[in-house]
Design a protein around this ligand. Sequence first.
Ligand SMILES: Cc1cc2nc3c(=O)[nH]c(=O)nc-3n(C[C@H](O)[C@H](O)[C@H](O)COP(=O)(O)OP(=O)(O)OC[C@H]3O[C@@H](n4cnc5c(N)ncnc54)[C@H](O)[C@@H]3O)c2cc1C
Length: 413
Amino acid sequence: MVSKDVAILNSTIDVLSPSIHVQAAATTPWDIVIVGAGPAGTAAASRAATNQLRVLFIDRCPLPRPKVCGCCLSPLALAELADLSKSTTSPFKASTLLLTGLTIVSHGHRASVPYATGGVLSRINLDTGLAKNAIAANAAWLPDTRALSCQVDDDNVTLTVQTSTQSQHTIRTKRLLMAAGLYDAIRIHGNTESHRPTRNRPPNNRIGLGTTLPATSGAIAERHLVMAVGNGGYCGFVRLEDDSIDVAAAVHPSLLQQSATPADALTRLLTEAFQDTECPIDTSLLPHSTLRATPQLTHHTGNVDSQDTRIFRVGDAVGYVEPFTGEGIGWALLSARLATEALIDGKGRLRPSKEASQQYQRTYQHALNQHHRRCRMVSLALRSPFLVTTAVRAACRFPTVAGSIARKITGNS
Ligand SMILES: Cc1cc2nc3c(=O)[nH]c(=O)nc-3n(C[C@H](O)[C@H](O)[C@H](O)COP(=O)(O)OP(=O)(O)OC[C@H]3O[C@@H](n4cnc5c(N)ncnc54)[C@H](O)[C@@H]3O)c2cc1C
């Protein structure tokens, strides 16, 4: 499944080979081990390894791998990528397409507004590029390796991992960074008790669905984002750098329950949004595409483990608000910077864990909580068909004003 998607999207990207064998990883005393090679984990690996620490990052998947994502880079994400290039030993190399316009469609009403804000980059190129960056900075890379659980004692955090051939190993580290996205749920065993991170989730939490369609499957203009909103959720389309079309949706669980398949749910959502107007993609292709789903999207978990201050979380693993405003990658990159700035002092040494955890909690709250609050408001507003339709009608009449309001709503003004 992975290789098929990679072939559709970009046949020139090779699988990123491991830079260490699992047996060697199991006998090395690591300073920092990072679980997850999305934007949060790879950015943290680059920053930490640039400080001459012994850093390992692992992922249960190989890279490149497909990912349910709208692939839009917010101005925050672009700024963090630029900072990463400046601050680490090897610059991040991948050119993004810059967005110029946004079309919103809801219940048959459609508005196109100027939206010269942010860029577009496939997750195959983004995540693989960031991982290459981390390897060049001297972080060790171990793909196809799943974190199962972790044991903490006074000296170390010991991670139990399983390879794709089912062999299990333990890896010792001074600090553990969980960057496993919405999937982070590994059990942490202490001397006397064990726990899983507590995830606070709202009721009726939406679920992500996504796929990549071939270039010829729709009429989506380059550098233009199309968002379709219906009662059961919303779906975004954007053309990627190789011309294929990225499809990413957040759907209400009841829509999935009422539909025979996820493709059927997506088709119903698009039919409701576009009504008699023309849908820009050929929905008959959806049942034949590899549609992927995510766990429930919105949650809050906390950026430092409740029992052990040596275990930090970054990116979606800390908390996420459903993706209408397309900001998760920026948040992931920013949290990776804040976590590594807290973990490592100005001389490139690990800070005492209590001091580091207090700094990370403080800076994270200051930098990110307001973004999460704004996105929660947007996601509530999107649940009102009246509000959405009124906004789209108003945007039709005043596209320039609507463009600047859209930038404010998405935190990009
Ligand atoms: C429908 C949808 C559309 C979106 N659109 C956008 C958008 O346009 N712009 C934007 O900025 N954001 C968007 N997002 C959000 C964005 O995808 C996430 O915020 C971002 O991927 C978070 O990065 P991360 O590194 O925290 O986690 P992830 O990218 O999810 O990476 C986590 C990694 O951890 C690995 N992993 C998980 N469990 C384990 C384990 N036990 N052991 C080892 N490895 C493990 C996974 O394989 C994965 O590679 C969207 C999300 C959805 C669902």
